[in-house]
Design a protein around this ligand. Structure first.
Ligand SMILES: Cc1ncc(COP(=O)(O)O)c(C=O)c1O
Length: 431
């Protein structure tokens, strides 16, 4: 059908899509990687020839045998399923099964100076739904939320969909991607409700110190806002700095901690996450934020019941060796990444990653002959070398790249070698 005829036909109908949804793909890692991969499939026949596609674009290493989840986690889910006790809706209480909430509260309390209770925990479908809920709960008329740049743009997508303004503060590359606290203060006004920190960091691979988090809490208190602490990469640290949960400072300023089993247990497909109120002073109760979370959960879908039912066994039985092994592989692959990137002249890496699965690197386009920007770089890299990398524009940082090192070491070597070849091939000749 020709376009004109198509438009006329569309005009005959009463319905039209929600316009605000049409732009959000640009704010989603999935959407951006989708368009990069689409070009690759068309031009290379799907990469099913001699060279495999190397996925350095997204944070899901579960397909690699060296990142296979713990057998105890699989047993926990299989046991819950076989028991026949978890075939029902879990919605006698919309907030999740009590046994799972209790188990998560005990697990998180190990790293806190106070005890959480099951009632502080709300179960969600992965950390994704936790973000979705928090952004809806906050979105009163005129509200704004402060987000880190570079950052995880899903927060902006959800904020904007709910009619809330997203404002960006900088993470400072020269200071290990610390929060620019002066910038936070300058951005905030009486309509600011919260600030987000992601620790360990996506996309920067940074880990915040106790002292820095204490300053973040003090700033939040001064501004009268709360902290949304995205700790989906909790405990995935392999440098000098250990993970400190933001909840440690819950009595300075209230903290909503968002997390999931997706990353530490390497099971993003199991879709089990949480929102936790780290708030010994009861601010969230007094301000009715808690009621609002419960109301949202009343009208949304629950995480799968048998995964909820498996949580106590999954947490109790997973051996420390499993976590140690995952972190050891990440340490190794972060080292490979750091060393190999040093040998690529049009790329600079401001700091070695110490946590999560990612590193941010700066592209020097002036060294490259025929590459327009980061998106162009990634599309052509995918087509020519079958290596998928996320352009910085997908994390709010134009002309940078986010590289995932959470893949098998041999594939990472291969991918980074191909990245180097690509850069050499497109380099300007030396003067
Ligand atoms: C910073 C951050 N928050 C939340 C999520 C979503 O987590 P989940 O897979 O548990 O939904 C991700 C996933 O990559 C993430 O990187």
């Amino acid at each position: 059908m020709e376009n004109g005829a198509g438009n006329e036909a569309a005009a005959a109908w009463n319905f039209a899509p929600n316009d605000s949804l049409l732009g959000v793909t640009a704010l989603s890692v999935r959407g951006v990687l989708g368009s990069i991969k689409a070009g690759m499939v068309e031009d290379s026949g799907g990469g099913d020839g001699e060279r495999p596609v190397i996925p350095l674009g997204h944070g899901d290493p579960s397909a690699f045998p060296c990142f296979r989840t713990a057998p105890e986690a699989v047993d926990a889910v299989a046991g819950a399923l076989r028991s026949g006790e978890y075939n029902s809706y879990a919605n006698a209480t919309c907030v999740g099964l009590k046994l799972a909430r209790r188990s998560i509260s005990q697990y998180l309390s190990r790293d806190l100076p106070y005890e959480l209770s099951a009632d502080d925990v709300y179960l969600t479908s992965g950390c994704t739904q936790a973000i979705e809920i928090v952004c809806s709960v906050l979105a009163r008329h005129g509200a704004n939320v402060l987000l880190p740049r570079p950052g995880y743009l899903f927060y902006e997508a959800r904020a904007v969909l709910n009619g809330m303004e997203a404002r960006y503060f900088d993470l400072v590359a020269e200071r290990g991607w610390e929060v620019d606290l002066d910038g936070v203060q300058a951005l905030a006004d009486r309509n600011t409700v919260a600030m987000v920190i992601v620790n360990p960091g996506n996309p920067c691979g940074n880990v915040y110190t106790y002292e820095h988090l204490a300053k973040v809490a003090e700033m939040a208190r001064k501004l009268g806002i709360f902290v949304i602490a995205d700790e989906v990469y909790a405990h995935l640290t392999f440098g000098e700095r250990k993970f400190v949960p933001m909840g440690v400072f819950g009595s300075v300023a209230p903290v909503l901690t968002l997390g999931s089993i997706s990353k530490r247990w390497v099971v993003p497909g199991w879709r089990l996450g949480w929102i936790v109120t780290n708030d010994p002073n009861g601010v969230f109760r007094k301000t009715k934020v808690v009621d609002s979370i419960k109301s949202y959960l009343d009208i949304s879908t629950d995480p799968v019941t048998f995964v909820q039912g498996a949580i106590p066994q999954l947490i109790e039985n997973t051996k420390q060796e499993f976590f140690d092994k995952t972190v050891e592989v990440l340490r190794q692959t972060a080292d490979i990444c750091w060393e190999k990137l040093k040998g690529i002249s049009c790329i600079t890496c401001p700091s070695k990653p110490e946590g999560s699965m990612f590193v941010m690197v700066k592209l020097d386009l002036s060294c490259l002959e025929d590459i327009k920007d980061d998106m162009d770089f990634c599309c052509r890299l995918a087509k020519e070398e079958l290596v998928v990398v996320l352009p910085g524009c997908a994390v709010g940082y134009k002309n940078w790249l986010r590289i995932t090192f959470a893949i098998a070491p041999s594939s990472l070597h291969d991918g980074l070698d191909r990245l180097k070849l690509f850069c050499l091939r497109h380099s300007k000749p030396e003067m």
